[in-house]
Design a protein around this ligand. Structure first.
Ligand SMILES: Cc1ncc(C[n+]2csc(CCOP(=O)(O)OP(=O)(O)O)c2C)c(N)n1
Length: 658
């Protein structure tokens, strides 16, 4: 493991925020530069959230100068911007391990540090969580002086839940600081009327004047309290058209330059003493201090080591920072499920003008940016608003459109109640395209999509599918768009097995597809692990075990005809899925098996469920590694099937019997 770069003299001295507080304030800009260099160097090797982290270096320094977060409270929204915080809170020695197996996580993580209060990765919740902390502290006289700070981005503030938090905070009036880190970007450009409002504040000439004045006044004010409040009030009224936050009962300060570490520190020092809820509006640049990242914030939001090479390192790349991946030859890449989806949807939309597409702030991640280029008027980016996006899709469907809501499996959890009410209860024909259905590798438990089968299949009226590869994904999309009611298709992160359309069985409701025959046992597979199952079958064949592989295609409705038949004629059925074993596809098969048995039908087969166990799955360097750890790669599946076979038939009858 490489040691941290010793050429960063200030950063090298900081083992904890206490060391930071000992540093002379004129050294802070240099420290910020060293932290940036460290982040750039590391992210080029590990991948990660580059732009957002470069943008909050000064804010993070100021926060740790002013507060002591062993006692005070710091809550990050999403927490993808936590790298500078990790560097200052004793994790620099391990920083180079970030997002790799056994290494630091890419987000806040309660197991990692006493300075991380919530393990987080979903947007919009920081204000609510911080308010909860503030209210609990207010109830305890010994803790009333404790400061609570929420750091939230401009796109995160547009989440419904963030508004809900403000709505309560404004009347509760607990002492709390909200730092709005406004860089004008979500992953892509921030959208919506709040974003327009913030940009009005930024571009108002009055605001520019007021910002300078505010900076001076805040610096010069000898006292805090009423007088400061009065001064700020005057400035706020000069600066803020419309006073949205003020009207909600939230004191507004800003906008201020979030890269001026002294200004931010001084402001926080004073705001710390104010009662009630204060929002400090800081303007920053995503990717600040690194040309290629700040000139392409969208690409620099989150980069894989491979994608880092697309950020041309034209300037100021610190020595030793260019990743081996930059020199790497372009590896032959499988076409991703995301690309299959996007291209398939565009082809279908060319034929059907009713098709519209929705994303909740993930146009690139879902591939819908390509759809948006082709059909701008049929594309909706709702911002980070999954609840709204789903209800909105319900409305579109009710009015006769054919909406495809492309939302990652893990983020659709946010829209669960709208799936229930505005879509399923009405039977509205919305297609949910659930990307990242399964393990996601480096992002870890907040981003793994391991619960969608469970949370969807309990509700009546939904058709649920998962394709084994990209070809089948497009077939399923076409099928879904012909259904009179709601459908959901889950597919994973990463590349699809190569295949051709020729010879494909058409997708028919509740009908599975037999991929390979074998009389010893059946692997009943939901989704892309068909590829691993087919490879496992080959390994088992070498050992004389003939296993059938069935691509289940549907989790709801299940192919009961084929299940009944195999329950009667096989000794063993293995269900395989990249989903929690609790409530997933295997559970559906077990429930159906019990029902079939209760109906008095013959059931000879034992059913074993292979999936993700009932625990949080930590990040790993890759999805493949996670599959291996969980016994879901081809070798492990073969070994598990062989072990079950041995248990049933004894050693002689199995491995090596050929
Ligand atoms: C509920 C939810 N939906 C989508 C995402 C994906 N996501 C991660 S960061 C991000 C953009 C956040 O933008 P902002 O809050 O402005 O912070 P910035 O990265 O600009 O600092 C999005 C959409 C998420 N984390 N959570």
């Amino acid at each position: 493991m490489p040691e941290p770069n010793p050429s960063r003299p200030l950063l090298s001295k900081i083992q904890s925020p206490e060391d930071l507080r000992k540093l002379a304030s004129d050294k802070l800009p240099q420290l910020a530069q060293e932290m940036r260099d460290e982040i750039i160097e590391t992210v080029f090797k590990t991948g990660g959230h580059l732009g957002s982290n470069l943008g909050v270096v000064e804010i993070t320094i100021a926060l740790h100068r002013v507060f002591d977060f062993r006692r005070d409270r710091l809550v990050f929204d999403v927490s993808h911007q936590v790298y500078p915080h990790k560097l200052l809170t004793g994790r620099r020695q391990r920083f180079h391990t970030i997002r790799s197996t056994g290494g630091l996580t890419g987000f806040c993580c309660t197991h990692e540090s006493e300075y991380d209060l919530f393990t987080a990765g979903h947007a919009g919740t920081a204000i609510s969580a911080a308010l909860g902390l503030a209210c609990a502290d207010a109830a305890n006289p010994a803790l009333r002086d404790r400061s609570v700070v929420a750091l939230v981005g401009d796109a995160g503030l547009g989440c419904g839940v963030a508004f809900e938090g403000l709505n309560q905070a404004g009347v509760t009036q607990r002492r709390m600081i909200i730092i709005l880190n406004d860089n004008e970007w979500s992953i892509s450009k921030s959208v919506g009327s709040l974003s327009r409002y913030l940009s009005k504040i930024r571009t108002s000439p009055l605001v520019a004047r007021a910002e300078r004045k505010l900076a001076d006044i805040v610096k010069d004010l000898p006292v805090v309290g009423d007088r400061l409040d009065q001064a700020l009030e005057i400035l706020r009224h000069m600066a803020v058209p419309g006073h949205i936050f003020e009207e909600l009962g939230v004191r507004y300060i800003g906008p201020l330059n979030g890269h001026d570490v002294h200004l931010v520190t001084d402001t926080l020092e004073r705001v710390k003493k104010l009662d009630g809820v204060t929002l400090v509006h800081l303007l920053t640049h995503k990717g600040h201090g690194y040309g290629p990242a700040s000139s392409d914030p969208q690409r620099a939001h989150g980069v894989s080591p491979k994608a880092a090479k697309k950020l041309e390192p034209e300037v100021t790349v610190p020595a030793g920072c260019v990743s081996p991946s930059l020199a790497e030859k372009a590896a032959p890449k499988k076409k991703s499920f995301t690309d299959w989806f996007a291209q398939g949807l565009i082809a279908l939309a060319e034929k059907d003008p009713n098709i519209v597409a929705i994303t909740a702030a993930m146009p690139e991640g879902t591939g819908l940016n390509k759809f948006a280029e082709k059909f701008p008027s049929r594309f909706f980016d709702t911002g980070i608003t999954e609840q709204h996006a789903v209800a909105f899709a319900g409305g579109l469907a009710k009015a006769g459109a054919r909406p495809v809501a492309a939302i990652y499996s893990t983020f659709l959890q946010r829209g669960y109640d709208q799936v229930f009410q505005e879509v399923l209860l009405q039977g509205n024909p919305v297609v949910f395209a659930m990307d990242r259905g399964g393990l996601v590798g480096q992002d870890g438990p907040t981003h793994n999509g391991l619960f969608d089968i469970a949370y969807l299949r309990t509700m009546p009226g939904i058709i649920m599918m998962s394709p084994r590869d990209g070809v089948e994904l497009v077939q399923m999309l076409e099928f879904a768009l012909k259904q009179p009611g709601p459908t959901a298709i889950r597919y994973p992160r990463g590349g699809s097995a190569e295949d051709t359309v020729a010879g494909r069985a058409p997708v028919q409701l509740g009908i599975a597809d037999v991929l390979a025959t074998g009389h010893d046992a059946t692997m009943f597979v939901y989704g892309p692990l068909c590829e691993q199952a087919m490879d496992a079958r080959k390994l088992l064949q070498q050992n004389g075990i003939e296993v059938e592989v069935i691509d289940a295609r549907f989790a709801k409705p299940l192919d009961l005809q084929i299940l009944r038949d195999r329950l009667r004629t096989r000794e063993m059925i293995f269900t395989i899925e990249e989903h929690s074993v609790m409530g997933g596809f295997g559970s559906a098969v077990l429930e159906a098996t019990a029902a079939i048995q209760n109906e008095g039908e013959e059931v000879r087969a034992r059913v074993a469920v292979f999936g993700v166990p009932d625990r949080w799955i930590e990040h790993c360097s890759s999805r493949e590694e996670q599959l291996k750890q969980l016994g879901l790669d081809a070798e492990s599946i073969a070994a598990r099937v062989a072990a079950a076979f041995r248990a049933r038939h004894g050693e002689a009858a199995t491995l090596g019997r050929k």
